[in-house]
Design a protein around this ligand. Structure first.
Ligand code: CDP
Length: 218
């Protein structure tokens, strides 16, 4: 596909910091940003609201009826939606319904998209592919802090452990499903973020992105 503006794919496991990075990367590069996890979360939310069990019913009809306001809901990041979104994401019908939406999003102005299958399925010809990762422990601590957890709470360790177990379960489900499993694209560049703060991850991602875009121009 010939494109006038770049598409940047950012994939990786749960709570690796893809969202924060992608938002900043898009701002710096002047590109639109789509957090594709919100699409699966919005389908899951609507199904839970309608008392549909994502383990047993298909969400394809719900996915086809999504509207932009669904992505603006403030109740898309609860633990029940985390788990339901991962179930919804196994559904081939749902994934198919969301493919065109994601491709159309980037068509006019390019985009930074973050998710699990952007570099492998949605945009296998993306101009830049990044794979953001960190240990389960690091990711659990980050998610704990992101959810407003306190450094000094007596039950801090128990909370982090619980989050870590849920992340590991979700990573396992996401990487072993038949349809568009989480995996690093062969031509993606991996950024291990255990020892990096958000500004350092952004700097590294920008360095890789600019070098790749320069190479393409040459
Ligand atoms: O923010 P976090 O990393 O916890 O998750 P997310 O990116 O919001 O994604 C929620 C769930 O949606 C994931 O666990 C995946 O099951 C699914 N997902 C997917 O299958 N494909 C994508 N491109 C994005 C998310």
């Amino acid at each position: 596909m010939t494109r006038s503006a770049p598409v940047i794919a950012v994939d990786g496991p749960a709570a690796a910091g893809k969202g924060t990075l992608s938002k900043r990367l898009a701002e710096v590069l002047g590109l639109p940003h789509l957090d594709t996890g919100l699409l699966y979360r919005a389908v899951a939310r609507r199904m839970l609201d309608a008392a549909m069990d994502p383990a047993c019913s298909s969400g394809e009809t719900v996915a086809r009826a999504l509207v932009p306001d669904d992505l603006k809901r403030t109740d898309l990041r609860t633990p029940d939606v985390d788990a339901a979104a991962s179930l919804v994401a196994r559904d081939q019908g749902v994934r198919q319904a969301l493919v065109d939406m994601q491709r159309l999003f980037a068509r006019a102005q390019g985009a930074v998209l973050d998710g699990r299958d952007i570099g492998t399925v949605i945009f296998p010809d993306a101009d830049v592919k990044l794979y953001i990762t960190a240990s389960a422990r690091t990711r659990a601590v980050r998610r704990y802090m992101q959810n407003g957890g306190s450094e000094t709470a007596p039950d801090r360790e128990a909370h982090i452990c619980e989050i870590e177990q849920a992340l590991i379960a979700r990573d396992h489900a996401d990487s072993t499903r038949a349809s568009a499993p989480l995996r690093m694209a062969d031509d993606a560049v991996k950024i291990e973020t255990d020892a990096l703060n958000a500004a350092e991850v952004l700097a590294e991602a920008l360095r890789i992105t600019k070098a790749a875009l320069e190479r393409q121009k040459a």
